[in-house]
Ligand binder design. Structure first.
Ligand SMILES: Cc1cc2nc3c(=O)[nH]c(=O)nc-3n(C[C@H](O)[C@H](O)[C@H](O)COP(=O)(O)O)c2cc1C
Length: 323
């Protein structure tokens, strides 16, 4: 199952989840999986603390910066800045349905304005770094396959964009919350498969509701890559099998015990630099899923995390329970 595609498998951008710490954990689990930042708006980068939003640990590479915005010049400037920080790629978010994003007229509502998206990506592409688009299959207004094909065609033709990551459900912009918009509109994988058939030269990555290795294998027989979001966060151990199964690399020769040791050491290093333990440790919780003592360890961490002196004993205490 080897395809010549650096984005064969990726972990979805998720606000509040895929920060630099979770990406570090993901990289312990797979050397190959492609990673994304959380969405960052152009305004935050142009007028905010750049280092805060853009600095990352080099081991996280290959890493894509996901941007939210709709102003071609502002997006281009952000791409230029991203290239200075040495991101491998910049991705434009055309899938976020939140009220705040809708008010700003970017994210999923731009599914209805392919020419604007094309202009944005064209401008962004003036900087020498790959630009990709993450979108939905449509909106509640424009939800036919024809509309999706039209979107991909116009954006591709206008900008030369070669890679589309498609979350295989519409964004319902009539009032559903972002969470409902990840659950209620039905998954329509066949739309994404058909896009690959219609545009065989494009790199098409499928996303939405993918939860296990056999589902990943099945999707890869239709499209070029698979992106996992919630499942990878809830159950990060799934990431540990990627290199061996999908990249023909020797699997990371390590047990869950090893992975947890490495990550706890990372948390302690960050703690010494002033980063509170809860910011790093919260990402570890999913790794205990399915383990014999998992529930007990999770409870131990939640109950003690903010107690003084926890950093001195946690590694020993947690590891002694990891069987
Ligand atoms: C908590 C959370 C935050 C998310 N934030 C983003 C985001 O910043 N950018 C984005 O493109 N998608 C975001 N998404 C959507 C995911 O990238 C993904 O498209 C969606 O969860 C469907 O994939 P899944 O079923 O594998 O989770 C978010 C999803 C979740 C659960």
């Amino acid at each position: 199952m080897q395809k010549n595609n650096h984005q064969l498998l990726s972990i979805a951008p998720m606000m509040g989840k895929t920060d630099t710490h979770f990406r570090f954990l993901s990289r312990i689990l797979s050397k190959k999986v492609f990673l994304y930042t959380e969405m960052i708006t152009t305004g935050a980068i142009l007028y905010g603390r750049k280092d805060h939003f853009l600095k990352f640990n080099y081991v996280e590479k290959p890493l894509s910066l996901q941007l939210g915005g709709n102003d071609p010049e502002a997006l281009k400037e952000c791409v230029r800045i991203a290239s200075e920080y040495n991101f491998d790629e910049v991705n434009l978010n055309i899938g976020c349905p939140s009220e705040r994003v809708k008010k700003g007229n970017f994210g999923a509502c731009l599914m209805e304005s392919p020419r604007i998206v094309g202009e944005c990506v064209k401008k962004m592409s003036e900087i020498n770094i790959p630009i990709t688009v993450k979108c939905r299959i449509g909106t509640d207004h424009l939800n036919s396959f024809y509309n999706l094909k039209n979107f991909i065609n116009i954006v591709g033709q206008t900008s030369g964009c070669k890679t589309f990551i498609i979350h295989a459900r519409i964004a319902d912009l009539s009032g559903l919350s972002p969470k409902q918009n990840r659950e209620i509109p039905p998954l329509q994988y066949d739309y994404v498969y058909k896009i690959k058939e219609e545009f065989p030269d494009l790199n098409i990555i499928i996303n939405g509701g993918i939860k296990n290795i056999s589902a990943i294998k099945n999707h890869l027989s239709y499209v070029d890559g698979v992106m996992l979001g919630r499942e990878a966060y809830k159950n990060p151990w799934i990431i540990s099998s990627f290199d061996e199964i999908f990249y023909n690399k020797n699997g990371i020769d390590q047990s869950r015990h090893n992975v947890i040791t490495q990550y706890l050491e990372y948390c302690l290093r960050r703690y010494e630099e002033g980063i509170p333990l809860y910011q790093t440790m919260r990402h570890l919780m999913g790794l205990f899923q399915g383990m014999r003592n998992g529930k007990k360890i999770r409870r131990y961490i939640s109950e003690n995390l903010s107690k003084p002196g926890f950093h001195k004993i946690m590694k020993k205490n947690i590891l002694s329970s990891v069987i």
